[in-house]
Design a protein around this ligand. Structure first.
Ligand SMILES: [Zn+2]
Length: 165
């Protein structure tokens, strides 16, 4: 992502090699604009009837299906963020079981992300229902998935399915 002006002092940034990369650097105050990835979670919630997907009521990917999940806030542990997103998106409490894998994701807009995928089960007797960001929720087997909003979710589901065999 291009950083043109210093966020500390407003000076025009210049590119300078730092640790082998060209990095925007402020010639006035020395601020370096590192481009670190956004961190997001995705959760494979296992139920006897399949895994839970939601059909998105928001962009990107309006109308397509995805795993529950979303961006991690700075003051949250990733596994807490994963459980929170499940409560918001499928209105269900989940128990995080384990880390599935960590993925490097390059978004369509070129931005880099780190995706952390977890396995989970539904807690107690909660039945998933669509939160405000979902049109509907459904149960799917990994062999019979609907069209997904994000390639990374398809990859995580494939890896989850393979790990179960
Ligand atoms: Zn500056």
């Amino acid at each position: 992502m291009a950083v043109r002006f210093c966020q500390q002092c407003g000076q025009a940034m210049e590119l300078r090699p730092v640790e082998g990369r060209q990095v925007p650097h402020c010639p006035a105050c020395g601020f370096v604009a590192w481009s670190n990835p956004l961190v997001a979670t995705m959760v494979v919630v296992e139920t006897p009837g399949g895994i839970i997907l939601g059909r998105r009521a928001i962009e990107p990917g309006y109308g397509l299906w995805c795993l529950p999940g979303g961006f991690v806030n700075e003051d949250e542990a990733p596994s807490d963020a994963a459980a929170r997103e499940c409560q918001e998106e499928i209105l269900a409490r989940v128990e995080i079981l384990s880390l599935l894998d960590v993925y490097h994701i390059v978004r369509a807009d070129g931005r880099g992300m780190v995706g952390i995928a977890y396995r989970a089960t539904l807690a107690a007797a909660d039945a998933p229902r669509p939160g405000s960001e979902m049109l509907e929720v459904g149960l799917f087997s990994p062999e019979n998935l609907p069209e997904l909003a994000f390639a990374s979710h398809g990859r995580a589901i494939k890896d989850w399915s393979r790990a179960k065999e």
